[in-house]
Design a protein around this ligand. Sequence first.
Ligand code: ADP
Length: 586
Amino acid sequence: MDKNGKIVKVAGPLVIADNMLGSKMFDVVFVSEKKLMGEIIELNQEKAYIQVYEETEGIGVGEVVYPTGEPLSVELGPGLLESIYDGTQRPLDKIYSQVGDFITRGIQVKSISRDKKWRFIPLVKKNDSVSEGDKLGFVQETTLIKHFIMVPPGMKGKVKEIKEGDFTVEEKVAVLSNEGKDTQIMMMHRWPVRKPRPYLEKLSPEMPLFTGQRVVDMFFPIAKGGTACVPGPFGSGKTVIQHQLAKWADAEVIVYIGCGERGNEMTDVLLEFPELVDPKSGEPLMKRTVLIANTSNMPVAAREASVYTGITIAEYFRDMGYSVALMADSTSRWAEAMREISGRLEEMPGEEGYPAYLGAKIASFYERAGRVKCLSTEEREGALSVIGAVSPPGGDLSDPVVQSTLRVVKVFWSLEAQLAYRRHFPAISWLNSYSLYNENIKDYILKNVSEDYFDLQGSSMRILEEESELEEVVRLVGVDALSGSDRLILLAARMIREDFLHQNAFHEIDTYSSVEKQYKMLSVINHFYQKAKETLQKQVEIFSIENVKVKDKIARMKYTPKENVASIDEIKNEIDGELEALSKNI
Ligand code: ADP
């Protein structure tokens, strides 16, 4: 009997094939003589429903389908960093140099180079006992990242042979012997993308993932291993914020999944990302980045695969003990791919035509984030933080993708077009955003940042909320009708917004603020507010307070270079001096 299947129907990215008995769900198949890659997403006796990751034009009924018996997997090993992959881990840069702008269908290029030799340095000795996840050695993959070669999950044994020297990813670097059976270890292994990589234990995310962005770190912090959602209406500064996070977040490895909507062949990210410089080392950021990009000439189904490809690679670096940050931009494109495929499968649609399982899929993706105790006999922790951008049509937050995401993520940075229009950047709304990590990171913050961090956060938020209520009144009766204390609230709120929250990504110093600096800045503004309140009670005119000279100093705090951060505290003395002088003058 012919083991191969036969196409009975082609519907866009969905191909239905008969004679597929023996295949499993999520097995990879190759469709037609053109060998288009696809994945089985539904099985009905002998019929397989195949999601094809390449354009199916010209493919017809009766053509052959080759099963592989293997699930969709990624290759993991040295060579991942600096790579630019498509959704199924085909190296876009290498494909380009081979076939030019128009990616030929069915092209097969290895995800990781088979020719390149890497210097392998062993970390174990002959006769050591090792278990899954234990480090056997490492490769200095780029100047920034050591790539640890670990015993692949499911394996253990005694080290029978361990090498040192230059090897390709397919050459043997160690031999493990277990119960009389020898297993050769090479630097590369494969892992099915839809299966989360194993770890020993999930830990609660207790360390903040500082980003150097004030609105994030002081107001809506994310934890290492945490999850966040950023809706990104067009022009709201989504790209800039993602780049800022990639550059400055306290993560060692970055995985960036781009599903762009613009551009002819490549998403913007492909052009912009390789230009970014890692501020900590001055080297290209790509040296600690893996980029996954869906070109717009690839069919939607590939977007569906790309988020799994990306998160699997991210988990692999987490397993080495790194803090990894994954950014997916935008998950709406992924959801749209699900919607399209579900429509082709003629499934019962849920809200807005999305499949009923949309929420479950989104949840299981974000569940792969976390701070974990890595699989290993040594004590090792890794963290995978996931930041997903969503682009709801018309910026409408009731969109099912936004809603399903908000149900699972713990941080919401609400990027608003209104703020961007007013040139307030980052355009993260202070009224609509939230973080549910405050409780988790509390101990760390109280110990390492300051005892009054949360008080400061709370009182600043209150001032901003009061400002928004007062704005209503001002609109109706004008600012002159307000009491002195209300006008002081407006003044303090403006300082918080303009002198603290507003942060220019393109300014050499302002682009990044250490947490120490952020804390000092907010604490100066708070000091001003408290002191001004007292001064007001001494019958000083609000007008005089509104015009104090120290205001300019406060406005320039953000430009304090890092070596002078301590000097920010001195502004408090100037505030005291100037405000006390005012009360003496009456
Ligand atoms: P989007 O990707 O949402 O369409 P961009 O990230 O490209 O928007 O931002 C649009 C423009 O807004 C940028 O070109 C830049 O001028 C400005 N901008 C965004 N964020 C910042 C920021 N943090 N600091 C200064 N300017 C910003």
